[in-house]
Each structure stands twice: as structure tokens, then as C-alpha cells.
Design a protein around this ligand. Structure first.
Ligand code: CDP
Length: 226
């Protein structure tokens, strides 16, 4: 059975990460949340007052950042920033508000993309993000472009934040999603665009299980050459 790379790109909060995680589990693949890498970098930059306009400072900061993924006791892939589990620090509104700006910096992207390619070298990987099918793995065997209406995405993100004990108004969340989509789609380096050969999955009216099943089926067709 040959292993493939599954690239899932799309707009903010359309369910990429949660879907990719379960797809990976069902296929016995590794799940890599590339957004978590940009978020961890953003968190580090905020903590250390890194000025994005200062190339030397950004370069030094990138040298001091070590991002790893480890499987936790429940079998989920978790991001570690310099050896510390970072999930709880990287999903805050503060990181949400700065991550697109940090992700637009070319040296940041080069560092992340190089690590993402190393992780995916052996295949058997599901990676989600904005440029996975276009830049990181342009030869990925399966490319999915996920999207959903802004309203549904904002409601889902609000619920997700609520479950983490963070109460945030829908209008604030919607505005952040819109701003990030705009920034991510219009940046000069690796903008969020749909790859020509990506399959679009609009999750507005899909249940979570439906969207997982859809992608698993697409993957199995390729893996087993059906
Ligand atoms: O989960 P959500 O859709 O809110 O975002 P994410 O996947 O965690 O990504 C956070 C941010 O990181 C995005 O808004 C992009 O600015 C950036 N990102 C990127 O530039 N390239 C990627 N491959 C993944 C994320």
C-alpha cells in the first residue's frame, strides 16, 4: 500500500484542523497542523517583542525557535515550542490578531516550509494550512480546498473558544476571520489560493462526520488505486 500526502488548505476556521486530525487517525497517518507552527512563532515573537521590520531580530528569533510535534496520551498530535506544549498559548485572540502579519514575512515562511517538507518527506501525512497544496507540497497526491460561509465559520470558532473557557463576541470573531482571510489571500509570498487540482469541500451544510468521510473516501481511492 503506497503512502500519500494529503494537503488541506482553505479559509480560517472552516474546520480544516479538526477534520484533518480525524482523517489522519482513520488512515493511520501523521497529522501536521501548519497553522500551529505559524501561531507558535507568533506567540514567541509577541513574548519577545520581536519587531517584524527588524530583519536581524527576526532572523535571530527564528534561530532560537524550535517547533516539534508530539503525540500526546490520547493519540493527538500537539505542538511544542522550545520543548513546551504550546497549544493553550497559541489559540488566544492576541495570537489570532497578529498571526497573519507574522505569516506574511518571507523569512518566517521559508523556515516553516523547510521544516514542513522534512516532516512530509516520508509521506503518510495529512497537513493543513494555506499553502500546502500550492507551495509546500505541489505534488501532493490529494489536495482539498475547504471552505464554509463566514457565519458558520464564526459560530463554530465561537463554540470552540467557549469550550476553552474563552468568551468572545461573534462580531469580533467574524471580523478577525475576515481580516485574516483578506491578509492571507492578498500577501505577496504564498498567498492562500486554491490549487488548480484541488477538490473543493464546502462544509457549510456538512456534518463533521460527512466531511471526514468525504476526504477519507477520496484518499482511499488514491491509496488503493480504485
Ligand atoms: O485554525 P484557523 O483556520 O483559525 O487558522 P490556522 O490554520 O491555525 O492558521 C493561522 C494563521 O496562520 C492563518 O491565518 C495564516 O495567516 C497562517 N498560516 C499560513 O500563513 N500558512 C499556513 N500554511 C498555515 C497558516
Amino acid at each position: 500500500m503506497h503512502k500519500i500526502i494529503i494537503a488541506i488548505d482553505g479559509h480560517s476556521a472552516c474546520g480544516k484542523s479538526s477534520t484533518a486530525k480525524v482523517v489522519a487517525k482513520k488512515l493511520g497517518y501523521m497529522y501536521i497542523d501548519s497553522g500551529a507552527m505559524y501561531r507558535a512563532t507568533t506567540y514567541y515573537f509577541l513574548q519577545n517583542d520581536i519587531a517584524l521590520s527588524n530583519h536581524d531580530q527576526v532572523g535571530e528569533a527564528l534561530e532560537s525557535i524550535d517547533i516539534q510535534f508530539k503525540i500526546d496520551a490520547s493519540g493527538n498530535s500537539q505542538v511544542l515550542l522550545n520543548g513546551t506544549f504550546a497549544e493553550e498559548f497559541i489559540r488566544t485572540m492576541e495570537v489570532n490578531q497578529h498571526v497573519s502579519e507574522v505569516s506574511a514575512v518571507s523569512s518566517v515562511r521559508r523556515a516553516m516550509v523547510s521544516q514542513q517538507r522534512q516532516i512530509g518527506a516520508e509521506k503518510g501525512v495529512v497537513m493543513d494550512g494555506r499553502d500546502i497544496g500550492t507551495v509546500v507540497f505541489p505534488d501532493a497526491e490529494l489536495k482539498v480546498f475547504m471552505t464554509a460561509s463566514l457565519k458558520v465559520r464564526a459560530e463554530r470558532r465561537q463554540k470552540e473558544l467557549m469550550e476553552k473557557g474563552i468568551a468572545e463576541e461573534l462580531s469580533v470573531i467574524s471580523f478577525n476571520l475576515m481580516s485574516r482571510d483578506k491578509a492571507d489571500s492578498s500577501r505577496a509570498d504564498s498567498p492562500l489560493v486554491q490549487a488548480d487540482d484541488a477538490i473543493v469541500v464546502d462544509t457549510t451544510h456538512l456534518t463533521f462526520n460527512d466531511q471526514v468521510d468525504k476526504i477519507v473516501k477520496l484518499a482511499e481511492q488514491i491509496i488503493y488505486d480504485r
